[in-house]
Ligand binder design. Structure first.
Ligand SMILES: *[C@@H]1O[C@H](CO)[C@@H](O)[C@H](O)[C@H]1NC(C)=O
Ligand SMILES: *[C@@H]1O[C@H](CO)[C@@H](O)[C@H](O)[C@H]1NC(C)=O
Ligand SMILES: *[C@@H]1O[C@H](CO)[C@@H](O)[C@H](O)[C@H]1NC(C)=O
Ligand SMILES: *[C@@H]1O[C@H](CO)[C@@H](O)[C@H](O)[C@H]1NC(C)=O
Ligand SMILES: *[C@@H]1O[C@H](CO)[C@@H](O)[C@H](O)[C@H]1NC(C)=O
Ligand SMILES: *[C@@H]1O[C@H](CO)[C@@H](O)[C@H](O)[C@H]1NC(C)=O
Ligand SMILES: *[C@@H]1O[C@H](CO)[C@@H](O)[C@H](O)[C@H]1NC(C)=O
Ligand SMILES: *[C@@H]1O[C@H](CO)[C@@H](O)[C@H](O)[C@H]1NC(C)=O
Ligand SMILES: *[C@@H]1O[C@H](CO)[C@@H](O)[C@H](O)[C@H]1NC(C)=O
Ligand SMILES: *[C@@H]1O[C@H](CO)[C@@H](O)[C@H](O)[C@H]1NC(C)=O
Ligand SMILES: *[C@@H]1O[C@H](CO)[C@@H](O)[C@H](O)[C@H]1NC(C)=O
Ligand SMILES: *[C@@H]1O[C@H](CO)[C@@H](O)[C@H](O)[C@H]1NC(C)=O
Length: 562
């Protein structure tokens, strides 16, 4: 009896001290003489958790699925939806309410759930701040509040939750800086602060997180450099700093010391500097290497030729120069994007790089556009992966003809060789590529007829063949391309009449440009079917016969060049 009164008093103390609850509890346990808790005790402790949870519930304004109906007197707290209790102590250890469309704020009462290890409220609509009382939860190992509408700063007190292993606050509206105190969370393995409005620099203290495996700050408004201390994160596997607002020279230690890295996501910053040639020796297990839209320069590290686990290699819109290494050992490579750099060196080396890609049998996405490759397009492009969808080598100085073997690439969706020095005919094998949607072969020196097999491409929506030396008549089969919306055949040597099947193709809804050819005859009456077309250009031809009256049917027409 004496003991009970005492323990009730102690629990009053718990309410005041909050996060010192565990110390008190051990004292009570000691008082009962055997490391066990009396039933009375449990009831009181239940009350703490119950009151805290009811406090938490009171701040939830909308619960459309009625999830919190079970949080009532007729059920024990441990049976409430989303609650898990410790088996022995019957204290709340997990609060998990993931994806229930809950609307409200996170009550400061949460800080009284002193046994809480997991707090997961992801993918709801919690608003307002993360309560600083969260810092009392010193047993918390998992904190997931991603995909809510939380605002305000990340509370500094979070650094008191020294057991934390996961912090996921992705997809909120958090402001302020990344608190430097976060560097005190030595057990942290995953820190995801992506898609918020965080500002300031990445704190140097981040280098203290020696257990950190995943670190993301994607899509924030930070500034300044990546701190050199990042090079100390020996356990780091995933680094995502895409569109984070970072600038300056990247610390070399990132490329020499982080030997566990599998994913480098640095796309869309203003980072500078060059990459060490032996990068892939220091970092042997790279899967994703994403540096697009930055200001990196110098050569692509030769050691990429040893990157056998590589899946994505993306460096568009940088200032990389020189030779592109062989990717023959990257047999799992899916995406190789190197467009808009100053790559390309000597013909034999450029050809070597292209040949190496025949080993990448899962390549899906390939672009070299906007570089200085000086080579003759080899037949072996027909041996590229049949999984290839976009294949782009625009503005590269490429010579030679388009090999017939291109017809092997049966999944091709985009064929883009515009702005090169290509000669010879368009191979009719292109008609086999049933999934083609975009053909960009404009601004080359292609000659011969437009193959009638193009009429087989029922998904073709854009066909750009302008500024070549194509001749003969326009095949009437083009009228079969029922998805065509945009067609440029201008500035060629095309002759004969305009096929009525083509000019009556009502899907064309952006541009129909046949100008600067030597087309003859009248404009077919079918022109009136182009009801969606805003721009029709047939000027600089040898047409005659006047404007057909049916033109009045082209109700969308705004530009007409005769
Ligand atoms: C729980 O926390 C709130 C807010 O921090 C505090 O006002 C209250 O006294 C606490 N209640 C209990 C039962 O400990
Ligand atoms: C604790 O108490 C429960 C029932 O009150 C009992 O079953 C259990 O054996 C006790 N455990 C210890 C370690 O004394
Ligand atoms: C309490 O919750 C249970 C489970 O959801 C439900 O069956 C019961 O009707 C609720 N009781 C009250 C009084 O709301
Ligand atoms: C998020 O919640 C919405 C609606 O509750 C649901 O449709 C969606 O599947 C959830 N997303 C995830 C990733 O759980
Ligand atoms: C958050 O939302 C994004 C976009 O809707 C979704 O891809 C992601 O799976 C969601 N994450 C969580 C944890 O719900
Ligand atoms: C948060 O931490 C500050 C000191 O860092 C302290 O003064 C304040 O009381 C803490 N707030 C809560 C709610 O724990
Ligand atoms: C984020 O906050 C800004 C202003 O503070 C507000 O305009 C915006 O709608 C908020 N976005 C979300 C997703 O809550
Ligand atoms: C990093 O850790 C060291 C030793 O644990 C500590 O002295 C230092 O204050 C920490 N630095 C920061 C910025 O957290
Ligand atoms: C890189 O690692 C070396 C050796 O482990 C260490 O001496 C050096 O301090 C690290 N550099 C940085 C910037 O982390
Ligand atoms: C590739 O790895 C081998 C074996 O480790 C090594 O000898 C060679 O120098 C590496 N090549 C490049 C270009 O780094
Ligand atoms: C390319 O693939 C072939 C067949 O899988 C293999 O024998 C060859 O060694 C690979 N080339 C390189 C450089 O890895
Ligand atoms: C195009 O389709 C026709 C039938 O419409 C067929 O005879 C021809 O072989 C096809 N051409 C190609 C290149 O697939």
């Amino acid at each position: 009896m004496e003991l009970q009164v005492w323990s009730v008093l102690m629990h009053k103390t718990i309410f005041v001290l909050g996060w010192t609850a565990v110390v008190v509890e051990v004292a009570v346990g000691g008082g009962s003489g055997g490391g066990n808790y009396s039933n009375n005790n449990n009831n009181n402790i239940d009350d703490t958790d119950k009151l805290s949870l009811l406090g938490f519930k009171s701040q939830i304004g909308k619960d459309p699925h009625g999830i919190l109906k079970s949080w009532n007197e007729s059920l024990h707290v441990c049976e409430w939806t989303g609650i898990t209790c410790g088996r022995r102590h019957k204290r709340v250890t997990k609060l998990e309410l993931n994806s229930y469309d809950l609307k409200g704020s996170i009550s400061s009462h949460i800080g009284n759930l002193s046994f809480l290890r997991t707090l997961d409220l992801q993918n709801n609509t919690f608003t307002h701040q993360i309560p600083p009382q969260i810092g009392r939860l010193f047993r918390l190992t998992v904190l997931i509040l991603s995909n809510n509408s939380l605002s305000g700063p990340i509370p500094h007190n979070i650094s008191r939750c020294f057991a934390l292993q996961t912090i996921a606050l992705f997809g909120n509206n958090l402001t302020g800086k990344v608190p430097a105190e976060i560097g005190l969370l030595s057990k942290l393995k995953k820190l995801d602060l992506g898609r918020n409005n965080l500002v300031g620099e990445i704190p140097e203290s981040i280098g203290n997180l020696s257990s950190l495996e995943k670190f993301s700050l994607v899509a924030n408004n930070l500034h300044g450099r990546i701190p050199t201390s990042v090079g100390l994160l020996k356990s780091l596997m995933v680094l995502r700093l895409v569109e984070a607002g970072l600038s300056g020279v990247i610390p070399q230690s990132m490329f020499t010391n982080l030997s566990s890295i599998t994913e480098f996501g640095l796309t869309g910053n203003q980072l500078q500097g060059s990459l060490p040639p032996d990068l892939c020796r220091s970092i042997p297990n790279l899967h994703y290497f994403q540096l697009s839209y930055n200001q990196f320069g110098g050569p692509i590290p030769t050691s990429f030729s040893n990157a056998s686990n590589l899946l994505y290699f993306e460096v568009p819109k940088n200032n990389f120069i020189g030779k592109v290494p062989s990717f023959a050992r990257s047999s799992n490579l899916q995406r190789l994007l190197i467009q808009y750099n100053n790559l390309g060196s000597r013909e034999d080396e450029d050809l070597n790089f292209l040949s190496s890609l025949t080993n990448c049998t899962h390549l899906r996405d390939f672009s070299t556009s906007g570089n200085n490759f000086q080579l003759t397009l080899p037949k072996l492009v027909g041996n590229f992966s049949t999984e290839l969808v976009p294949f782009a080598m625009e503005e590269n100085g490429i010579r030679g003809s388009i090999p017939t073997e291109i017809g092997n690439l049966i999944n091709l969706g985009v064929l883009s060789f515009a702005g090169n020095q290509l000669t010879g005919p368009i191979p009719s094998s292109i008609g086999k590529l049933q999934k083609l949607q975009y053909i960009y072969l404009n601004n080359n020196k292609l000659s011969g007829f437009i193959p009638s097999s193009l009429g087989n491409l029922t998904q073709l929506s854009r066909l750009y063949l302008e500024s070549n030396t194509l001749q003969g008549s326009i095949p009437s089969s083009l009228g079969e391309c029922k998805s065509l919306i945009d067609l440029f055949l201008s500035q060629n040597h095309l002759s004969g009449p305009i096929p009525k099947q083509l000019i009556g193709l009502s899907s064309i809804s952006i541009t129909l440009d046949l100008s600067s050819n030597i087309l003859t005859g009248p404009i077919p009456l079918e022109v009136g079917k182009l009801v969606n077309l805003p721009s029709l250009d047939v000027h600089d031809n040898k047409l005659f016969g006047g404007i057909p009256a049916t033109l009045g049917g082209c109700t969308s027409l705004r530009y007409l060049y005769l």
